[in-house]
Design a protein around this ligand. Structure first.
Ligand SMILES: Cc1cc2nc3c(=O)[nH]c(=O)nc-3n(C[C@H](O)[C@H](O)[C@H](O)COP(=O)(O)OP(=O)(O)OC[C@H]3O[C@@H](n4cnc5c(N)ncnc54)[C@H](O)[C@@H]3O)c2cc1C
Length: 350
């Protein structure tokens, strides 16, 4: 049933997608988005590095061709390519094979293959990638995550409140009666619906406790004077046996991703030096002068997606409150925490 107004908390991929789907289904509804930060996108946003005068993504995001919902939003990803891996000490990249299962598991689930578990991994892969491995083509973000997402805000009657952080709620019986933000309080009427599009950590602080463990992801950007060529002219490559796990080549940037990175205790400089040395080996060059770099550490990049934490994820969008539904990557039990699952979680609200 249509409501007069929807209050969506969090303007990441899930919150923005929820706004879009609700608007498409109920054009008369007014939608209020509340975002604690001063930008949209949550864990998937772009910013301009002032020194480098370049737009960077907070993390180079990869989409698989099978992520069909994500492709409808993110048009600017480029360079379709099959996924190749290079093993330490070898020069020829190899296509995806079973021996790279841990690298794939860490990329998809941000969790080691052993922890995800064989049956669970197969089950999840089957649901999300039904044509696997035929559709195992991928492309990566080009510093345009925010631009792609901004199109959603062009829809009429979507109001976004930046810097507006939900602090707590009040409830009456099985309904949430009040939303208390840092900037304002909103008393809800029976014709209004609340949608939490918060990450699990913040949802747990405000609505009801969650008990997830989290895994980190580290991204490193090197500012290069020209595009660094990767073996066989690939635009990105997975590495086995190295500290760097994924390398993405841009015209003036070389981006590195390390998933499942809780155990990494290196300083930014140690990390950059070690990885730059690996890049020189990868290119078959002698150690070269290290360019400027940025290290971005995402401590709670995703929940740990092992069996235990997967079991803690909700089974539906409904909550114990009749006027609160939830979405967000973590709410899609059995799916990897990714852009696709964030969008799918918003789609199932209706
Ligand atoms: C380093 C890194 C690399 C990744 N790589 C990939 C990849 O290659 N491919 C892929 O598909 N996915 C990747 N992901 C995962 C992807 O970014 C997430 O799954 C997706 O962005 C989650 O969107 P979401 O809307 O569910 O959550 P979020 O993006 O976390 O959105 C939650 C929003 O709520 C806001 N918020 C929090 N607290 C409050 C509050 N109290 N009041 C108001 N607002 C609040 C936050 O600011 C945020 O905007 C990566 C994530 C990271 C961190």
């Amino acid at each position: 049933m249509a409501r007069q107004a929807y209050h969506i908390i969090g303007a990441g991929v899930a919150g923005l997608s929820a706004a879009k789907f609700i608007k498409q289904k109920f054009p008369q509804a007014t939608i209020y988005l509340y975002e604690a930060a001063h930008h949209i996108g949550g864990r998937a946003y772009s910013f301009v590095d002032k020194d480098w005068q370049l737009s960077l993504d907070n993390a180079t995001h990869v989409l698989l061709k099978a992520n069909q919902n994500a492709w409808r939003v993110f048009h600017s990803f480029q360079e379709w390519q099959k996924i190749y891996f290079l093993e330490k000490g070898q020069t020829a990249p190899q296509p995806t094979k079973w021996k790279f299962r841990n690298e794939i598991a860490e990329a998809v689930f941000n969790t080691s293959f052993a922890e995800v578990g064989y049956k669970q991994w197969l089950n999840i892969a089957w649901q999300l990638f039904p044509f696997f491995p035929k559709q195992f083509l991928a492309a990566f973000s080009q510093g345009n995550l925010t631009k792609d997402l901004t199109q959603i805000l062009q829809l009429p009657d979507i109001h976004i409140n930046y810097g507006c952080k939900l602090l707590s709620i009040e409830q009456q019986g099985e309904l949430i009666s009040k939303l208390i933000f840092n900037q304002q309080s909103i008393t809800l009427t029976e014709n209004e619906q609340v949608i939490s599009a918060l990450d699990s950590y913040n949802y747990g602080k405000i609505f009801e406790p969650t008990h997830f463990e989290y895994n980190a992801i580290i991204n490193i950007y090197f500012h290069t004077s020209m595009a660094i060529t990767l073996p066989q002219g690939l635009h990105f490559i997975g590495l086995k046996g190295s500290l760097a796990q994924w390398v993405f080549s841009f015209p003036n940037i070389l981006a590195i991703t390390i998933s499942n990175a809780n155990a990494c205790s290196l300083s930014d400089e140690e990390l950059a030096r070690q990885i730059w040395a690996e890049i020189c080996v990868l290119r078959g060059r002698a150690a070269a002068f290290m360019p400027e770099y940025r290290v971005l550490r995402h401590k709670r990049a995703t929940i740990k997606q092992d069996k235990l934490n997967n079991a803690l994820r909700p089974s539906s969008a409904q909550t114990k409150w009749a006027n609160l539904q939830i979405c967000g990557d973590w709410t899609m039990k059995n799916y990897p925490c990714c852009i696709e699952s964030a969008i799918l979680s918003a789609r199932r609200l209706l």
